[in-house]
Design a protein around this ligand. Sequence first.
Ligand SMILES: Cc1cc2nc3c(=O)[nH]c(=O)nc-3n(C[C@H](O)[C@H](O)[C@H](O)COP(=O)(O)O)c2cc1C
Length: 351
Amino acid sequence: MGLFSPITIRGLTIKNRIVVSPMCMYSSEDGFANDWHLVHLGSRAVGGAGLIFTEATAVEPRGRISPVDLGIWKDEHIDALRRVVDFCHSFGAKMGIQLAHAGRKAEDYPPWERDGMKIKGSKHAIAPSAVPYGADWHTPKEMTEEDMQSVQKAFEDAAKRAVEAGFDVIEVHAAHGYLIHEFLSPISNKRTDQYGGSIENRERFLVDVVRRVRKVIPDSMPLFVRISCVDHIEGGWTLEDSIHLAKRLKDEGCDVIDCSSGGIVEDEKVNAYPGFQVPYAERIKKEVGIMTMCVGLITTYEQAQEIVMNSRADLVAMAREFLRDPYLPMRWAKTHWLKPEVPRQYIRAWL
Ligand SMILES: Cc1cc2nc3c(=O)[nH]c(=O)nc-3n(C[C@H](O)[C@H](O)[C@H](O)COP(=O)(O)O)c2cc1C
């Protein structure tokens, strides 16, 4: 057991517990994967990561965090994604896709064109309620029953395409203040129908999405859900709520809860320090009896190994440290006298 030991989830065995966390790359045109994604994700496969997630990949165009996000809303997207997946597979990495809808945090402009704009966000944004993300954001349109059905269908179709592209894992993005989180949190969900009010009702949209996705992917395929375990704000979503939700998701065939936090309001205050989100993963794992993945300010081998060895989480995801060093797993293995898995092209680095 340890960071470099394999893990099996349903029919999938991942060679180690080190995961590349989803990261927006702002590099797509019309949602298509291209050479950037091949090089960016591919180099992390060469570097020895066990599981690599794509960035938040939009299930419909108006659900993009920016207009230059990756997408999977049409069949034409599949081939370009498959090229990336096949390359990463050839270096022993498993591939996950994060299916996402930005809800009221959708944006019409890429980050580098937003400076000086008076109103942020997208004119076309939809959300559970007509409540803007921040004071100077577009007010989203409140979703009708028809909108909800069509977005759920978009998640389902996206999952089918992801299977066709060869992905090993699907992750539903229900964190960071995006659409599904907006349904979960009482801060952004003011609905009075069966999708608002009680916690069961606020969880319904996510449960419906998970049910639809689970139905169209193979039984052997793991399903992850990323949640914001807490809103970091008075009157918001809590860790107790996350435990309630995780129990329900487990019953619906979700295999791993990916434990992040925050993102529901613009002016949140987060007390972030190394490993600050690990206790969420630990508590959900212990109380619900479901596998968890932790993330957030994890940068060292010692931190990651401690988490796995003490069974605080099953998988350790990293984002920024992987931007700094795509070969992190290889380097850690070498530094700690483990036998690193090295692509034959790079074998001399270890001789
Ligand atoms: C450049 C960048 C892009 C990100 N994009 C996403 C994303 O698409 N989906 C997501 O769930 N989180 C996203 N995140 C959050 C990371 O996945 C991760 O949860 C967060 O950065 C904390 O981990 P770290 O301390 O290892 O960076 C992004 C983070 C960074 C730095």
